[in-house]
Design a protein. Structure first.
Length: 260
């Protein structure tokens, strides 16, 4: 687990609902049970400040860091997808995004990654498609210094689901279902502190589940097979995350209050 990813998980899953800020000492204490050492935490924080995800702030517990508005938008979007908070109704139309890519190679690569994260797939060169208009599209294009035209396609037959690699995604979901319970059990075993164990187990569960944000475009249910394993995987995730939440919350509260 990389420190930067762990920080996104920590802020998104635990700190966003607590004002999106925490003292450095508390962040270090919170990430220790998941194997992230203090020097790695501080280095990742510095990089996230430079990238515009975090900003320094003075708190009662000492110097700390708060998520920026850009980070809050990304964390809220990710949280909605992780926990399935919103299930938009599909009207049968598709959004086409005809991209005029930036000239810089690094910017093009970043744009492709960001569009895929939002749930778009490249139907043909520089033509991206999604069953829904994604709220962050304009900001993603602006950050890459790219422009695009959008179009609404109503009669697309057959449905262009082949633009996404659903076979690989199916296999990933099936593997996750087989490994999720043992993943949690591994982090619960051998802990004297039950709340810390619940935090570590839930943290790793969310971290592994979060990887599907980069793979699953969130297609409407009617475009997926009846036996789609993503549904069973989501039920398992929700059940285990809810079971571990009370202990994890107590541990987070303890760590934050220890620096007050």
């Amino acid at each position: 687990m990389h420190a930067r990813s762990a920080l996104f998980d920590l802020y998104g899953d635990h700190l966003r609902s607590r004002g999106g800020e925490a003292p450095v000492a508390a962040i270090v204490r919170l990430l220790a049970p998941v194997g992230i050492a203090a020097p790695a935490v501080r280095t990742a924080i510095s990089r996230m400040v430079m990238q515009g995800w975090l900003e320094p702030v003075t708190l009662d517990g000492g110097r700390g860091y708060r998520t920026t508005e850009r980070a809050n938008r990304r964390l809220d979007e990710a949280g909605d997808r992780i926990y399935g908070r919103h299930h938009p109704r599909w009207d049968g139309a598709w959004q086409l995004v005809l991209v005029e890519p930036p000239s810089a190679r690094s910017a093009r690569a970043r744009l492709r990654a960001d569009l895929a994260f939002l749930g778009y797939a490249e139907l043909s060169d520089n033509v991206w498609i999604s069953p829904f208009a994604r709220g962050e599209l304009d900001s993603v294009l602006a950050r890459a210094d790219a422009r695009a035209r959008t179009a609404r396609a109503v009669d697309v037959c057959p449905a262009p689901t082949e633009a996404w690699d659903l076979d690989s995604l199916r296999a990933e979901y099936e593997d996750w279902i087989e490994s999720a319970e043992s993943l949690v059990a591994e982090h619960l075993a051998g802990h004297d502190d039950e709340d810390q164990a619940a935090f570590a187990g839930r943290f790793h569960l969310v971290h592994e589940w979060r990887k599907f944000l980069f793979a699953d475009p969130g297609l409407p249910d009617e475009l997926l097979p009846e036996d789609w394993p993503g549904r069973r995987a989501a039920e398992l995730f929700q059940r285990e995350a809810a079971r571990l939440a009370p202990g994890a919350d107590r541990f987070v509260t303890r760590c934050l209050e220890a620096t007050a």
